[in-house]
Ligand binder design. Structure first.
Ligand SMILES: [Zn+2]
Length: 247
């Protein structure tokens, strides 16, 4: 795994935004949000936030995924009463950054319900400033202890990038933005004559890189990991079996 400075979602290109433009955006946001607590002060956030540790949150996800795999889901937190109780606020115990793929719905895959997961989805788990800001909000203001980056088997976004890199296929519109963001992960993955195994390795690399880049790009997330016990986990999802495996 390439852990060098040019880690895939490079500083040069973040969804096509130059580093300078991204920095300007963030600087503007910072100026306009003087009331936002400084990084590291997230424990001063909502006192009703989950009291689960990152490890406990991960084990809760694993138990839910086990139920999903076995077809014995509880479908928790879907009742009218629960729904009404959430009007006062949300206290999710995990962030899930997943692919937009319709077959990989985090609440179903982990057998959780309303208010349990703070979910952000983009094709191939590609990060941009809006995605990163959304995750920062969950960490900073909702005190969520766990961030899961969830790739999946047969990811179309990663597969399209493989086609571009290996076969020179062209893609249209802003799909090219996704491809550019995923391309470093594909290029860093050793060739494999088994196409399915190669794609799976590229998917895993992309999930790992997104998790790493989150921490490199965001001081809020980096500080929360260093000082507040927040954990970033990369994982992949198997379509037929429904199993989530930690990378
Ligand atoms: Zn996908």
């Amino acid at each position: 795994m390439n852990t060098s400075g040019d880690n895939g979602l490079s500083r040069r290109t973040l969804l096509g935004i130059t580093a300078g433009a991204a920095a300007t955006t963030l600087a503007t946001a910072g100026t306009a949000s003087a009331a936002v607590p400084a990084a590291g002060s997230r424990r001063a956030a909502d006192p009703k936030a989950t009291d689960l540790t990152a490890g406990q949150a991960w084990r809760k996800l694993v138990r839910g995924n086990d139920r999903f795999v076995d077809g014995r889901q509880k479908h928790p937190h879907e009742s009218l009463e629960w729904r009404e109780s959430l009007v006062e606020g949300q206290h999710p115990f995990a962030v899930v950054l997943g692919c937009a793929d319709s077959r990989v719905t985090p609440e179903l895959v982990f057998d959780e319900g309303l208010g349990d997961l703070f979910v952000i989805r983009s094709a191939g788990e590609v990060l941009d400033t809006a995605v990163i800001g959304s995750i920062e909000y969950a960490v900073e203001h909702l005190s969520v202890p766990l961030i899961v980056v969830l790739g999946h088997e047969s990811c179309g976004a990663v597969s399209a990038t493989v086609d571009v890199v290996r076969n020179g296929t062209e893609v249209n519109g802003d799909i090219s933005t996704l491809v550019r963001a995923i391309e470093p992960a594909v290029r860093a993955t050793p060739a494999d004559s088994d196409a399915d195994a190669y794609l799976a390795a590229c998917v895993a690399e992309q999930a790992r890189r997104s998790g790493q880049y989150l921490q490199e790009r965001s001081s809020i997330i980096r500080d929360a990991v260093a000082h507040d016990g927040v954990t970033v986990v990369a994982a992949t999802y198997e379509l037929a079996g429904g199993k989530v495996a930690r990378l």
